[in-house]
Ligand binder design. Structure first.
Ligand code: BGC
Length: 760
């Protein structure tokens, strides 16, 4: 029997499993004591093996989001499930599948402890929101929270209790494919978004059937992989660790996130999974995190390849001591930990601590009260893809779009009397906009740009593909083959462009060109797309370039030549509708970049909050000895925070009031100086001019989204307190030092107003 057949048989066995007791009488559910007492009562009844079982997480029998399991694993998993040696499963989804595995855990094991079902609900479940990087571009915390809320509702209705999101890794490297999964390069914005998403997923009541537990990942440093290559070594200093990487994780802890996931990478020589400093000293010690930590997929075993553990038993020992509470797919705990305890190498108190943390979350989710509360097929049908969910994902999709350039007001498009040529394989693609991390969503379920534009019937619309982006079907677990040669369909597109008033070109990356293990060394438009763009430009210069991508791209040529550029990312299920509304001006774009766009890949890592260096500016004309490139500017193509609107805004009257020595009020007047109503994200940055540890040239410390009709002006107020003005020094202490500070305000990190104040 091959592996697939074996899997299928087990699936059938699981789903048809009827040999169980009808309803378990669960002592722990009826216990009226606090959750802590219930956990303690239960723990006292557990054997060592049962405890370790709670620390074991298996992938399900269906989807795989990591290296494929070995043959025979399925049988072992099923056996362990029946023995109560599994505390959690991932990639089990849909009420039918979840009920099947839950039934074994609850009705066939000695203690009947329910499983916690985890899944990568990264940007939605079946109905997809924009990829997280896109959502971050909305800077709209309410819309982001709402998007997480509907994702929680839809996935919970499919039996899921726990999402492996939000990813709160800060990254400055667009080569890294997983930038699509985070909130970009800034720790302040990243922290706010982390909190919004956690509140969205977890709600006010974790026991509600509409909420799921969240997971802050990947702890820590994963976004700083050397050379942007996924899983690569991370070696960074204390200042970056404390001030850039840690803050979103700390914010997640303070927001009550129930779980953390550690990371594949080593950090300064010690793999995160075996890292006592990260997990015990900082997270569970200094920050008092009382949830549990799950390892990343197989990351315990990977410590062997890292050269940190000598074998799997050693990996289990190091992981348990370091505070990794649950093992995802390494089989290290379930196979090795009991012996390690018996040999005295791992204290049973550490096991008890881990199990206590895991059981607590299960109680909080209400799984002991009703393990099947997430398992109602009628409700699943009613909720999946409901109009309210589509409405929420469309709303955040519109808000995620960033208008990068708009010369001569080419946008918004006129609604009548125009001939529009729509060009690009991505324009008609109904799968790529779903982005990476879309395990539960079906192919061909996104609204394409073609479909979105077809709803506006006042213009003539002609579609021509121009060229295929990829060869063959794109799949989650398979490397995508890009078309680098075939230009045979160019002529049709060129002919269409010749006859058009305006050409809309949808170019960029396929949804599966970013995400995990999708690092790139080249950030240009992939395949023959740049060639296509230049060929069309030769016959019609009225081009609106719509980008679909999961990371910043180096579109320097386009910026010089193309009059209008719209960053539309991978926007999820409602992609085409959102893009059409923006192109036609039914939604006035309000997004701002959460990551700098480089001019050239050689500038990467490039980020707005850099340090000045000792030679920041050219000392005299034609001098060479300053910090620069001889072949490219230091500046990004588009700065962090950049994004235009169909209207314009002016900034004036920046005032700083000193409330006390460490508290300041900042106000600024913002006016809509254009002709349509629009939204603006007013951004406030500070610079600590000298400190015992050098500070960046600018740091975002406040932002507010406002909506103004033409000629209307509003005064925006910000507070700067110790929290915004201080920083972590190299011993990890948060300090506020006296000295001079600058304040900058504007509509991007290239701010327009500045002023100064002093702390005595
Ligand atoms: C990823 C995690 C993910 C896990 C489970 C890993 O490969 O790094 O972020 O949650 O797989 O799918």
């Amino acid at each position: 029997m091959n592996k697939n057949n074996l899997y299928n048989l087990l699936v059938i066995l699981l789903i048809l499993n009827v040999s169980c007791k009808e309803a378990i009488s669960n002592d722990f559910a009826g216990n009226t004591n606090s959750i802590d007492n219930k956990v303690a009562d239960l723990l006292a009844k557990m054997t060592l093996e049962e405890k370790i079982g709670q620390m074991n997480q298996y992938n399900g029998f269906w989807d795989v989001t990591g290296p494929k399991p070995a043959a025979g694993d399925a049988a072992k998993k099923y056996d362990h499930l029946k023995k109560g040696y599994v505390g959690s499963m991932l990639n089990v989804r849909g009420v039918k599948e979840v009920r099947a595995v839950q039934k074994v855990a609850v009705e066939e094991t000695r203690l009947g402890i329910p499983l916690i079902i985890g899944f990568d609900v990264i940007h939605g479940y079946k109905t997809l929101s924009p990829i997280p990087l896109a959502e971050a571009a909305s800077w709209d915390l309410e819309a982001i929270k709402k998007s997480a809320q509907v994702a929680a509702k839809e996935s919970a209705a499919a039996g899921i209790n726990w999402t492996f999101a939000p990813m709160v890794d800060i990254s400055r490297d667009a080569r890294w494919g997983r930038v699509m999964e985070g909130a970009g390069e800034d720790p302040y914005l990243g922290s706010k978004i982390a909190v919004a998403r956690i509140h969205g997923f977890q709600g006010d009541d974790l026991a509600s059937h509409e909420t799921i537990a969240a997971c802050a990942k990947h702890w820590a440093g994963y976004g700083f992989a050397e050379a942007g290559r996924d899983y690569n070594t991370v070696d960074i200093g204390t200042s970056t660790l404390n001030n850039i990487i840690f803050p979103p994780f700390k914010a997640a802890t303070d927001a009550g996130v129930k779980t953390f996931m550690n990371s594949f990478n080593e950090l300064n020589g010690i793999p995160a999974t075996g890292n006592v400093y990260l997990q015990r000293d900082i997270l569970k010690g200094k920050w008092g995190f009382d949830g549990f930590v799950v390892s990343d997929w197989g990351s315990m075993n990977e410590m062997i390849a890292h050269g940190y553990a000598k074998d799997r038993k050693h990996a289990a020992e190091l992981s348990a001591i370091a505070g990794s509470d649950m093992d995802m797919e390494s089989y290290a705990y379930v196979d090795e930990l009991a012996n390690l305890v018996r040999e005295g190498k791992v204290k049973e108190s550490l096991i008890d601590d881990a199990v206590t943390r895991i059981l607590k979350v299960k109680f909080e989710l209400g799984l002991f009260d009703d393990p099947y509360k997430y398992c109602n097929e009628d409700y699943e049908k009613e909720v999946t893809g409901s109009p309210a969910i589509h409405e929420a994902v469309l709303d955040v999709a519109k808000k995620s779009i960033v208008l990068l350039k708009n010369e001569n007001q080419l946008l918004p498009l006129k609604k009548e009397g125009q001939h529009i040529a729509l060009i690009g394989a991505l324009a008609a693609d109904k799968t790529s906009p779903l982005g990476s991390w879309r395990i539960a969503a079906d192919d061909n379920t996104a609204v394409s740009v073609l479909e979105g534009l077809q709803k506006y019937t006042g213009n003539k619309l002609t579609y021509a593909k121009g060229a295929d982006l990829a060869i063959g079907k794109a799949e989650f677990a398979i490397e995508l083959k890009i078309n680098t040669e075939d230009t045979s369909e160019f002529p049709e597109a060129i002919a269409a462009a010749k006859k058009a008033d305006v050409v809309v070109m949808v170019l960029g990356e396929h949804g599966f060109q970013s995400g995990e293990a999708r690092s790139r060394t080249d950030l240009n438009l992939p395949g023959v797309q740049q060639e296509l763009l230049e060929a069309i430009y030769k016959v019609n210069k009225n081009i609106v370039l719509v980008l679909n991508n999961g990371r910043p791209l180096t579109i320097t040529w386009a910026d010089t030549h193309i009059p209008a550029i719209v960053e539309a990312w991978h926007l999820g299920t409602q992609s085409g509708n959102a893009i059409a509304e923006v192109l036609y001006g039914d939604y006035n774009p309000s997004g701002k970049l959460p990551m700098s766009f480089p001019r050239h890949v050689g500038q990467v890592p490039i980020y707005y909050n850099y340090k000045n260096t000792g030679r920041p500016i050219i000392p005299a004309p034609n001098e060479v000895f300053w910090s620069h490139y001889i072949d490219e500017s230091n500046d990004p193509l588009y700065a962090f925070g950049h994004g235009l609107s169909y209207t314009t805004f002016s900034y004036s009257n920046l005032v700083i009031d000193k409330v006390s020595n460490d508290t300041f009020k900042v106000s600024v007047d913002v006016k809509n100086t254009g002709s349509v109503t629009g939204k603006e994200v007013v951004q406030l940055y500070i610079q600590d001019l000298f400190a015992s540890v050098t500070r960046p040239v600018k740091e975002l410390k406040g932002f507010e989204m406002i909506e103004l009709s033409p000629n209307k002006q509003e005064t925006i107020h910000f507070n700067l307190t110790k929290d915004e003005l201080g920083f972590f020094n190299n011993t990890g202490d948060f300090v506020l030092e006296p000295g001079d500070f600058k304040v900058y305000v504007g509509g991007s990190s290239k701010t327009v107003l500045e002023s100064k104040f002093n702390i005595e």
